[in-house]
Design a protein around this ligand. Structure first.
Ligand SMILES: Cc1cc2nc3c(=O)[nH]c(=O)nc-3n(C[C@H](O)[C@H](O)[C@H](O)COP(=O)(O)OP(=O)(O)OC[C@H]3O[C@@H](n4cnc5c(N)ncnc54)[C@H](O)[C@@H]3O)c2cc1C
Ligand SMILES: NC(=O)c1ccc[n+]([C@@H]2O[C@H](COP(=O)([O-])OP(=O)(O)OC[C@H]3O[C@@H](n4cnc5c(N)ncnc54)[C@H](OP(=O)(O)O)[C@@H]3O)[C@@H](O)[C@H]2O)c1
Length: 431
């Protein structure tokens, strides 16, 4: 029996706080990627899931960025602020309620509304100020107050702004490409450095910041196979902009700041109604999951094995190179030896002189894919939505057209209305 996911008391607003019990890199030593296997303990939460479900993870903002923002603004962090989840300290708001690793367009647009008679003048006291240019990293200001009346040199309010801030803000507001380019690589430490002359109350600082959102991850385990735990396959996002190393908010949190068995991390289940195994275990399944798209298929294969389902399992996987990015190689090899994986096709995109993608291998196996589909097989796709899933979709229609003797229009109708909508045996988990 596949595990069930029932309605749970744990949710986005009321997450279950647990810890990571295992966290290791799946890639080979030569790899340029960092794809991690991450395991969460479900403890006595009562949280249930089934193969195909996703889990929501609630990230926390990096404490060093929080401290830098506080320091730049001259706040202690203890100031009370109002947020959508009620009152809390400014430090808590910047850590758990807003996304401070990336400056928002709304926050930048809001700068224009800061007027010179802002209440900031009355409410705010600047204790110290250190600012660095996000353009070349140079320190622009390093100042500490000697008395309560002391203000940083060059301190002005909106309406009397320094030339550079005004010019930059005008450019961002009038040119959307410049705005997109600016926010792509900057956080609030950069932005506060660039808009050095603006004054904020603690509350104003938060206005327009994006609220902190949970991130979803496809679960890479079956609850019957890996009891009491949830396994994930996570691509860690790392990049370097304006002289600083940065990470994606949630992937950086899990990879760098969650100590195994110690750090608390909020999670909740996000069950799927559609991306499920066939109820009839004798049905064949075809799974296409390059990169982290492998995650739910590890769960499916574990579940099919434990169920002793008689249907065949065909897996298409791919990534950069066999040596560096063959995720779960040993498990896959064992499943092949035991006959759990009946067919396995591997597409390495950066190994030879030509790119090999999963859809190229589908094309090569077109006739057999068609036979499986004609025989009632289910077709699953997981991973990149923007490019991979679209190309796989077109390839599937081409295969149905070529081997099923359909015109392109008929094949489109067969795949999109027949397989996908009516029969619900073409299922996708793409992001
Ligand atoms: C249903 C579902 C299932 C998912 N399953 C998985 C899964 O199994 N495994 C997995 O790894 N992910 C999965 N994801 C994606 C996951 O939810 C997160 O979006 C992902 O981990 C990034 O989160 P983050 O907080 O680390 O990054 P964020 O802080 O949200 O940043 C991500 C952003 O960084 C941007 N970015 C990338 N490179 C750069 C750069 N050089 N400079 C500036 N910005 C850059 C990207 O465009 C992206 O918008 C899934 C998503 C969904 C919706
Ligand atoms: N929408 C999203 O936010 C999203 C979705 C998926 C991945 N990502 C991000 O991408 C990074 C790595 O993700 P990942 O490890 O899951 O791998 P991935 O980037 O999805 O790549 C996996 C494999 O798919 C190949 N690929 C690229 N374009 C393809 C196409 N059109 N058709 C078929 N295959 C294609 C890649 O080849 P090449 O790279 O050699 O071209 C690689 O071999 C992460 O930072 C992740 O967050 C973001």
């Amino acid at each position: 029996m596949a595990g069930k996911s029932t309605k749970s008391k744990w949710s986005t607003k009321n997450p279950y706080f647990t810890s990571i019990t295992e966290n290791y890199v799946l890639n080979g030593k030569s790899s340029q990627k960092e794809t991690r296997h991450i395991v969460f303990n479900l403890g006595n939460s009562g949280l249930e899931y089934k193969a195909g479900d996703a889990i929501g993870v609630i990230p926390r903002c990096p404490p060093d960025s929080v401290e830098q923002v506080l320091q730049i603004c001259g706040f202690s962090g203890e100031e009370e602020v109002e947020t959508n989840h009620g009152q809390c300290s400014l430090r808590e708001a910047l850590t758990d309620r807003y996304e401070i690793h990336r400056v928002s367009k709304k926050w930048l647009m809001g700068l224009t509304e800061r007027s010179s008679d802002s209440p900031a003048k009355i409410e705010m006291r600047i204790a110290s100020r250190r600012r660095f240019s996000s353009v070349d990293g140079a320190m622009i200001v390093d100042w500490a107050a000697r008395s309560e009346q002391d203000l940083p040199e060059g301190y002005v309010e909106m309406g009397e702004l320094g030339d550079n801030s005004t010019i930059l803000l005008q450019e961002l507001i009038s040119n959307n490409d410049s705005m997109e380019d600016y926010i792509w690589s900057r956080d609030y430490v950069d932005a506060l450095g660039d808009f050095i002359d603006f004054v904020f109350t603690p509350q104003q600082l938060l206005e327009g910041m994006a609220r902190l959102k949970p991130r979803l991850y496809s679960i890479a385990s079956s609850p019957d196979f890996e009891k009491g735990t949830v396994h994930l396959t996570v691509a860690i996002i790392r990049y370097h902009h304006h002289e600083r190393d940065r990470t994606g908010l949630c992937t950086g949190f899990m990879a760098d700041r969650c100590e195994t068995d110690t750090t608390e991390i909020g999670v909740y289940m996000s069950p799927t109604r559609s991306f499920v195994l066939p109820e009839d275990g004798s049905k064949d399944i075809i799974m296409v999951g390059p990169g982290t798209g492998i995650a739910p298929f590890r769960a499916f294969i574990q579940q099919r094995e434990i169920n002793k389902d008689s249907g065949r399992n065909w897996l298409f996987f791919g990534d950069w190179t066999e040596e560096g990015e063959y995720l779960y190689r040993e498990e896959m090899d064992e499943w092949k030896v035991r006959g759990v994986i009946s067919k396995h096709d591997l597409a390495w995109s950066r190994q030879g002189s030509e790119k090999v993608y999963v859809q190229h291998l589908m094309k090569k196996n077109g006739e057999e894919i068609w036979k499986w589909i004609e025989g009632g097989a289910y077709f699953y796709v997981c991973g990149d939505k923007q490019y991979m899933a679209k190309d796989v979709h077109v390839t599937l229609m081409d295969i149905c057209s070529e081997y099923g003797g359909m015109s392109p229009d008929e094949s489109k109708d067969f795949v999109e209305n027949g397989l996908m909508k009516s029969e619900k045996r073409y299922l996708r988990d793409v992001y």
